[in-house]
Design a protein around this ligand. Structure first.
Ligand code: FPP
Ligand code: MG
Length: 293
C-alpha cells in the first residue's frame, strides 16, 4: 500500500464531498488513530497485522483528505508511552515504520509531483538509528513541498515536546541569544516540533476512547474535537464526512476564536527572529547528520 492510496472516490462519495466542500472545510485535521489491537482481536488476526491495516487506513484517509482539499494532516503514529508495550509489539511497529519509510523513496516521484511534504514530529533520538536515518532523509527530500503536508507524530508526546521547547529557550537565554523578557506564548510555540504548522482545526479520535493521550495539548486549545466509536482500521470516508459536517455546524461559534489560531509568525523582535532562524538551521543540520549527509 502506498503512502497515499490511488483509489479515488465513488460517484456518491464525490457528490457528498462536493456538497460539504461548499461549506468551511478544515485546513488542518489531526487524527488519533486508535483501535488497531481491538480490531485485530475482533478479526482474530495478529496485533502486527492490525497495525498494518491501520497504515492502510491512513493511506486511504490521506487520499480522502487530498480530494477534500484538506491541506494538512497530523497523525499520532507512535507515542513515547508506546515504548512500554511488549517488545514484540514495539518491534512490529518499528518494523512497520522501517518498511513504510523505505517504500516512501520508491514513491518519491509521485510525492514530489504532488508537492507532498512529510514531517516527523517527536524525539527522533529515541528511535533506532536506521529508522531515524530513513525519517531524516524523507524529511529533507520533501521539505520544500507545500501543496499538502503530512505530520507523523512518532516517538512523540506533547509534554515531551513542551519540555523540549522550554529547554531550547533556556539554552538560548543562557547563551545570551535571547533574554528572559523575550519569552512569550509565540516563542514557546515557535520552539515546538510543530512550529511550521498552523494549529489543527479539527482533531478526530477513533475507537470510543474519550481522551487526548498527550497529543498536541498546546496546539488544540481552540480545536474542535470529534470522538467516534469506530475502530481506526474500520474508519471510512463516511466517518470523515460526518466529522466535517459536525465541524461545519459548530464553525460559526468557532470563528470568534479564529484570531487566536496560531500561525507561527515571524517575530518583530530582531533578536528573537535571529534565534528562531538559527534554531531552524540547527534542526536542519541535525537532520542532515541523522541522514548521514
Ligand atoms: C493505536 O491503536 C495505534 C497505534 C499505537 C499505532 C498507530 C500506527 C499506525 C496506524 C500505522 C502508522 C505507521 C506509520 C509508519 C506512519 P492501539 O494499538 O492502541 O489499539 P487498541 O486501542 O485497540 O489497543
Ligand atoms: Mg489504544
Amino acid at each position: 500500500m502506498p503512502w497515499i492510496a490511488e483509489n479515488s472516490l465513488t460517484p456518491v462519495q464525490r457528490f457528498c464531498s462536493n456538497i460539504l466542500a461548499c461549506g468551511p472545510v478544515p485546513r488542518h485535521i489531526a487524527f488519533i488513530m486508535d483501535g488497531n489491537r481491538r480490531y485485530a482481536k475482533k478479526k482474530q488476526i495478529d496485533k502486527a497485522v492490525g497495525h498494518s491495516r491501520g497504515f492502510e487506513k491512513l493511506s486511504e484517509c490521506l487520499r480522502w483528505c487530498l480530494e477534500l482539499n484538506i491541506k494538512e494532516v497530523t497523525v499520532y503514529a507512535f507515542s513515547i508511552e508506546n515504548f512500554k508495550r511488549s517488545k514484540e509489539e514495539v518491534d512490529a511497529l518499528m518494523e512497520l515504520a522501517r518498511s513504510k519509510f523505505t517504500k516512501l523513496f520508491e514513491e518519491k516521484d509521485k510525492l514530489m509531483e504532488n508537492g507532498i511534504c512529510i514531517r516527523v514530529i517527536g524525539n527522533l533520538s529515541l528511535l533506532p538509528e536506521d529508522i531515524r536515518k530513513l525519517i531524516a532523509k524523507a524529511m529533507i527530500l520533501t521539505k520544500d513541498n507545500n501543496k499538502a503536508i503530512l505530520n507523523v507524530a512518532f516517538a512523540y508526546t506533547s509534554r515531551e515536546e513542551m519540555t523540549h521547547s522550554i529547554q531550547t529557550i533556556v539554552e538560548g537565554v543562557k547563551n545570551g541569544d535571547i533574554v528572559k523578557e523575550d519569552i512569550d506564548e509565540d516563542l514557546i510555540s515557535n520552539c515546538l516540533y510543530t512550529n511550521l504548522s498552523p494549529n489543527p482545526d479539527l482533531l478526530i479520535r477513533t475507537s470510543g476512547e474519550v481522551r487526548l493521550s498527550d497529543f498536541l495539548l498546546w496546539q488544540i486549545s481552540n480545536t474542535q474535537v470529534y470522538f467516534t466509536e469506530v475502530l481506526w482500521p474500520e474508519f471510512s470516508i463516511w466517518h470523515l464526512l460526518a466529522a466535517i459536517f459536525k465541524y461545519q455546524r459548530q464553525y460559526n461559534a468557532m470563528v470568534t476564536f479564529e484570531k487566536d489560531r496560531f500561525k507561527p509568525k515571524c517575530s518583530e523582535n530582531a533578536r528573537v527572529e535571529s534565534f528562531l532562524n538559527n534554531l531552524q538551521l540547527k534542526r536542519l543540520r541535525q537532520l542532515e547528520i541523522y541522514a548521514g549527509m
